[in-house]
Ligand binder design. Structure first.
Ligand SMILES: [Zn+2]
Length: 327
């Protein structure tokens, strides 16, 4: 654990078998109340690591706030455990409710994921929700959270953290901004070495890639000297990194346009197969099953963005969605 700024500590919590490698776990120590950001996976060794941090910094559970940036299990896995320890838990209304609707297999989160797979044309890949990493590491109980409302301020010691809406990576991801010290805790909104996953969440969330790009614009225009992200290396120049992320999505949109030009009326699956992926698989058949959900979700978000831009038309036929370029 190291002190990365006055009274702000960083401890890396390992995420085994995960390309994200570890979670940057932040602790802000105040005289009265203290704050921790996100939790890591629900694993015994992580509980142990967090207990050590509490002992080392002399944190009292009843005087500590757990702030959840978003619903993903590498950020929320121990929320129930920490709530039982006595911490107050903050989550956005959107992600908190989604998290609480993902406990049972029959809950909307998983039934929607299955439905999206059918829409995307993944039925022939015979995916099983039991193989979905989000399902495997899903929360085991509901959390009683306090809604983190954008604009509200959480005061810890000399810091005043404003809750900022960063939606895009998830429908309700939130960050904490300290204006005077020019610090932003941004969760997975902006990461240093990897591109945050932007996926299709359902039509009720609209053009989620467009929403994400707007949240990037918001942070681009903010005065930030210290961007504290949740994984891998910290970002020195937030504007330079955001420009790289814009370029990444522009490239992806071009790949999707090209796939539609080549294949005509296509399912999300057909487009997904033609995008460039970092995974070392020769072709779609060798693609790890668990990753097919994520790849198709990402391709789908890009197709929906093209549709929002007015470039693409979509139609449902026998339960499967088809996309094609307008003339
Ligand atoms: Zn995430």
């Amino acid at each position: 654990m190291k002190e990365i700024y006055k009274n702000i500590y960083l401890k890396e919590l390992p995420l085994p078998n995960n390309p994200l490698k570890y979670l940057n776990f932040y602790i802000i120590k105040g005289q009265e109340e203290s704050l921790i950001i996100d939790t890591g996976f629900n694993r015994e060794e992580i509980k142990e690591e967090i207990r050590k941090v509490f002992a080392e910094l002399k944190l009292e559970p009843e005087k500590t706030i757990l702030f959840l940036t978003h619903l993903h299990s590498d950020h929320t896995g121990l929320a129930t455990y920490l709530e039982k320890m006595g911490l107050k838990v903050y989550a956005s209304k959107m992600d908190g409710d989604l998290l609480n609707s993902s406990v049972e297999k029959s809950d909307p989160m998983w039934q929607n994921t299955i439905q999206h797979g059918i829409w995307q044309g993944l039925e022939e890949d015979q995916l099983d929700i039991e193989d979905h990493p989000g399902f495997k590491f899903r929360p085991t109980a509901h959390i009683n959270y306090i809604p983190a409302i954008p604009g509200e301020v959480i005061q810890i010691g000399e810091y005043n953290f404003e809750i900022i809406d960063l939606k895009g990576h998830t429908p309700g991801i939130v960050g904490l901004y300290e204006k005077e010290h020019k610090i932003l805790f941004c969760g997975d909104h902006i990461l240093g070495d990897i591109t945050p996953n932007i996926t299709f969440w359902g039509f009720q969330y609209g053009d989620i890639l467009g929403t994400y790009l707007k949240s990037l614009d918001l942070v681009y225009n903010m005065n930030i000297e210290h961007l504290f992200s949740s994984h891998r290396s910290l970002v020195d120049d937030h504007r330079k990194r955001i420009e790289e992320l814009y370029a990444h999505h522009e490239k992806r949109l071009n790949e999707a346009r090209q796939a539609l030009r080549k294949s005509g009326k296509s399912t999300v699956r057909t487009v997904t197969k033609q995008l460039q992926w970092d995974i070392k698989s020769k072709n779609w058949d060798e693609f790890p099953k668990s990753q097919k959900w994520f790849a198709a979700g990402e391709a789908h978000a890009h197709l929906e963005h093209l549709r929002a831009l007015g470039e693409v038309t979509m139609e449902e036929e026998k339960g499967v969605l088809y996309y094609w370029l307008k003339e």
